[in-house]
Ligand binder design. Structure first.
Ligand SMILES: NC(=O)c1ccc[n+]([C@@H]2O[C@H](COP(=O)([O-])OP(=O)(O)OC[C@H]3O[C@@H](n4cnc5c(N)ncnc54)[C@H](O)[C@@H]3O)[C@@H](O)[C@H]2O)c1
Length: 260
């Protein structure tokens, strides 16, 4: 046995032998999921709007676990960009087994002040992006009879929130998309689920107003914001064989903020 083979065997492995695409992987929750998947033995095709240099830290962290990691700069809201990304990711790894639709953007505005451009951009990244990446990566999963799609929604898509109609609409639609697609493909071996995190400490959360953050802290049952590492285990579960009876579900690592 070569050292490389021995090292392979030493890696923990709920995702061993799997190839995962993670979008929005350069920051926050996506970066955490990328590293968590790498730790579980997955090979990774990491996708982000930013360039490879800006994603350097997450690439290094993922590669430190010994798997193959490729990077693909793409805009998930753009059809031709997603088609190129899907082709490049598949070419780099031979196949894709798991897709994590994590790329997302967040802005805040009262509806009466919300620009149409802002509405369109948030829907384009959060919802259209989820559709496009799934549309151009799912067919080979269906052909092989095994696949996982994990959509990062938000609790704001479940219960709404003030000044976030566009964001809530996009994430509520991601949850509905998850349910509909899950029904369509579950019997073909592809399981589709969502995660609706509560407030998690990432650069995105820093875009919330100070007023919102202190009000939210006061009402959170757990009394603190979540950490990225508290979302990652749910993504590993849904991406792995252990999640084999979850179909169309929306799991909520949210500190008790939303209880359904
Ligand atoms: N942080 C939270 O409190 C929270 C709560 C619920 C849901 N979420 C969701 O989790 C996901 C990740 O959020 P985060 O907090 O890690 O945010 P983040 O801003 O830290 O990271 C988002 C990443 O997505 C990338 N991205 C943005 N637009 C893109 C595009 N068009 N194409 C490709 N990549 C793009 C960004 O470059 C960035 O690397 C988002 O979908 C967000 O809506 C976050």
């Amino acid at each position: 046995m070569t050292d490389a083979e021995r090292f392979e065997l030493d890696r923990p492995g709920r995702l061993r032998g799997r190839v995962a695409v993670v979008t929005g992987a350069a920051s926050g929750i996506g970066a955490g999921i990328a590293e968590g998947f790498a730790r579980e033995g997955a090979d990774l095709a990491l996708v982000d709007l930013v360039d490879e240099r800006s994603a350097g830290a997450v690439l290094d962290a993922a590669r430190a676990h010994g798997g193959r990691v490729s990077f693909h700069q793409a805009d998930v809201s753009d059809e031709s960009s997603v088609v190129s990304m899907a082709e490049a990711a598949t070419a780099a790894h031979g196949r894709v087994d798991v897709l994590v639709n994590n790329a997302g953007i967040f802005t805040q505005s009262l509806l009466e002040d919300l620009s149409v451009a802002d509405w369109d951009r948030v829907l384009a990244v959060n919802l259209r992006g989820t559709f496009l990446c799934t549309r151009f990566l799912i067919a080979p999963m269906l052909d092989r009879g095994w696949g996982r799609v994990v959509n990062i929604a938000s609790q704001l898509g479940q219960v709404g929130g003030t000044e976030v109609t566009h964001y809530s609409a996009s994430k509520g639609a991601v949850i509905a998309f998850t349910k509909a697609l899950a029904r369509e493909v579950a019997r073909r071996g592809v399981l589709v689920n969502a995660i609706a995190p509560g407030p998690i400490r990432t650069p995105l959360l820093e875009r919330e107003t100070e007023q919102w953050r202190s009000a939210k802290l006061a009402e959170l049952p757990i009394g603190r914001f979540g950490e990225v590492g508290e979302v990652v285990p749910t993504a590993v579960l849904l991406a792995s064989e252990e999640g084999s009876y979850y179909v169309g579900q929306t799991l909520g690592p949210n500190g008790g903020d939303v209880m359904l």
